[in-house]
Write a protein of this length. Structure first.
Length: 295
């Protein structure tokens, strides 16, 4: 009996050993653990764009002072590391500065002449009405383009001839080279024929002089006109953004950014140029009294 039990245990042990050998040999091998690669760190990039810096120099039209001042202020608020300057020297001087390369952008309140376009590119940033202004005490409220021309060429010399008081007319205008003067004389057909009593060097000076002289008549950028003077209707049409844009107010001219043809602007100057000529600037231009043209 003991002998039979011993044999049974021996057979059981051998069967166990055989099964163990079978699993470690020809059976399906156990799966090896998956190797997880080390995670790749993404390239470190800054979420903030590089700050714009540098200088933007503009030079020219005094009539564009409110517009360029407002655009420059808004641009510097967006780009505090940029230094923006405006030198109000008059259109002719600003155009020459652009040609000479002493400024980034020349400012002109008239279209460029053919000889200027030989080296400069003209970009219209806005339209502006040229207001015909008189002293608030003057009873005259409307003149035709023909009457304005006759006044400035000396054919009409007394306000009574156009419905006003018996007073001699004092003719106030801008200096030679002024874009406002060029625009006014071109539109009224009075080039080289005006009989000025005073030729002043800025829009502000014209407004101040007319405001202080009840006999005076002058012309000034619509964007610069103040309550100290009265803007006349011309042919029954008042100067306004709407009448300038639709063309019914005929005494108007472009506000121009003049840049050197074929020469790239600096990064800062190009950024200002792009901003000033975009629809984003329309509200600023309109608030300054001119008519924006960007769509």
């Amino acid at each position: 009996m003991k002998k039979s039990l011993a044999m049974l245990l021996s057979l059981t042990l051998c069967a166990g050993l055989f099964a163990g050998c079978s699993n470690s040999g020809s059976g399906t091998p156990s799966a090896e653990p998956t190797q997880v690669p080390a995670s790749v760190e993404p390239a470190q990039t800054s979420s903030e764009p590089a700050k714009l810096s540098g200088n933007v120099a503009t030079d020219g039209s005094t009539s564009m002072e409110k517009i360029i001042g407002s655009l420059g202020e808004a641009f510097m608020e967006m780009n505090p590391d940029v230094n923006f300057t405006y030198n109000p020297t008059g259109s002719g001087t600003g155009i020459q500065a652009a040609i000479d390369g002493t400024c980034d952008i020349g400012l002109s309140s008239r279209a460029l002449k053919d000889e200027e376009k030989a080296s400069l590119t003209e970009t219209i940033v806005a339209l502006d009405g040229i207001a015909i202004i008189v002293n608030p005490a003057n009873p005259v409220s409307d003149l035709s383009v023909e009457q304005i021309a006759q006044i400035y060429t000396g054919e009409i010399t007394n306000w009574k001839d156009v419905g006003g008081d018996d007073l001699e007319i004092s003719l106030i205008g801008r200096e030679a080279g002024s874009g406002t003067r060029d625009g006014f004389e071109t539109i009224t057909g009075t080039k080289e024929a005006c009989k000025y009593n005073q030729e002043l060097t800025s829009t502000g000076d014209v407004i101040t002089t007319v405001a202080g002289n009840p006999n005076a008549i002058g012309y000034a950028s619509l964007s610069a006109v103040k309550d100290s003077v009265k803007a006349l209707t011309v042919g029954g049409v008042a100067p306004s953004e709407e009448t300038v844009l639709d063309g019914t107010y005929t005494i108007q001219r472009p506000f121009v950014l003049a840049t050197r043809t074929g020469e790239a602007l600096s990064e800062a100057a190009q950024a200002f140029f792009d901003f000033a000529t975009s629809a984003d600037a329309n509200e600023i231009i309109a608030a300054a009294g001119a008519v924006p043209v960007a769509k």
